[in-house]
Every structure is written in structure tokens, then in C-alpha cells.
Design a protein around this ligand. Sequence first.
Ligand SMILES: Nc1ncnc2c1ncn2[C@@H]1O[C@@H]2COP(=O)(O)O[C@H]2[C@H]1O
Length: 235
Amino acid sequence: MEDRYFSRESQSDITRMILSTAFFEGLPEEVAERATSHVVGRSHPPNQVILLENDWGSSVYFILDGWVKIRTYNLDGKEVTLNILGKGELFGEMAALDEVPRSTDVITLAPTMIGNMPAQDFVQLINTEPLAGIRLAQLMGRRLRQVNRRLRLRESDSASRVADILLFLAEGQGKTTESGTTIPNLPHRELSSLSGLARETVTRVLSKLEKKGLIHRDRDLLSIPDVHALERMLV
Ligand SMILES: Nc1ncnc2c1ncn2[C@@H]1O[C@@H]2COP(=O)(O)O[C@H]2[C@H]1O
């Protein structure tokens, strides 16, 4: 699939989608509209590199649809998935705020639509709108909590570690419906890389969780009827 810039006519859709993300919730309309006035929407095929570790860049990215993986490599050259971000999340804020190179690679995992905001507009927004600063601090706090929890569970059993991964996907992009919280039904190799467990182990644990009624799966979605029941597994 070719990259495709959205036509001018759909720019208002892009703006609407960005304004409906959690980051902009509660911000004065005129402030949010000014901040997003230079955003360019772009759709990407799966497995497209959006950012490369150590590159310099000048944009912050809002995921409008689809999902991306945050990837780095360990000293043996093995790929490590640090996180998977979905619709409504943003990335690229670290280099934008610190004026340092990108800290990781970011790659699409599915057809993904992304809004690119010039870093200077993002920084200006954070500088002038306290609520935007709080939203950013909340987002970074959530990501730090997730990393801490993953470190704490490093030596735990495989069921706790798979539950942790499902929970943090739910925290980032879960949608709550009547049947619980739903997240994308990601390929097991991605959950394996994210949890540090073998793919076969992930497959086995997911089947057990499904038998116990802790998750349900269909082709594209995985639903968690009771998030607290999964939380109780984190030992
Ligand atoms: N552990 C993580 N969880 C979620 N996002 C991350 C994590 N590490 C890096 N990122 C994002 O990946 C981006 C890579 O480019 P930046 O360093 O500009 O900003 C980074 C963050 O937005």
C-alpha cells in the first residue's frame, strides 16, 4: 500500500479526530483548534517505520486509528517491544520536549492513521496551557507505572506476566463496553516480545485465561469482562 496524504477536504476530519483524543479533553476549544491547525494526517500500511531510534525529528504524532509498536534492541541485537500504542495515544513527545534524538523505533502494526503535529506547536501548547501539561504528565506517569510494574513482575509466573501485558494494553487503548474492556487481538509474537515470554507460552496462557472466562477472543478483538479479576493475578 502506498503512503497517502489526506486530501484537503478531510483535514477537518483529522482535526476532529485529534480533538477527540484524551489529551485534548477539557482544553478550551480555541486553544485546541489553534494547536492542531498545522497537523497533517497520513495513513500508513502495516510494518512501516514511522520513527527510527537516534534520528532527529520535529513532530509529535497522534494515533487516529490502528496501532504502533515501540521497539528497541538489546545488546545481543534481539528485538524488544517496549509498548504497543493504539488509537487516541500520542508518541514522539520525548524528542520534541528535550531536543534530543528519538529514543526508540516506532513501527505500525496494522493499517494506521497518524496526525503529525509540528513539535513547536506541541511545545507552545504545553508552555501556555496548564491542562495540556497535566495531560502530558499523566500520560508519562502511566507509562512509568507500567514499566515499574513490568520490572516488578520480571521474575513472576507466565500467567501474571501475560495478564500484565493485557492490562497495560487495556489502560492505554481499552474501550469499555457492556461486555467489558476490549483491546486489539494482537499477534502472539507481539505479546511474546512485549512480555519477554516464548510465543508458545503466551498462546498457552491465553487459552487458559479464556477457559477460565477471564478473556474472550474473536478475530480482531480481545475482551476482558472483569479487569479487576486480571489485576488480582499480578503477584
Ligand atoms: N516505554 C514506552 N512506552 C510508551 N511509549 C514510549 C516508550 N518509550 C518510548 N516511547 C515513545 O516512543 C517515542 C520515540 O521517539 P521519542 O523519543 O521522541 O518519544 C518516544 C515516546 O513517545
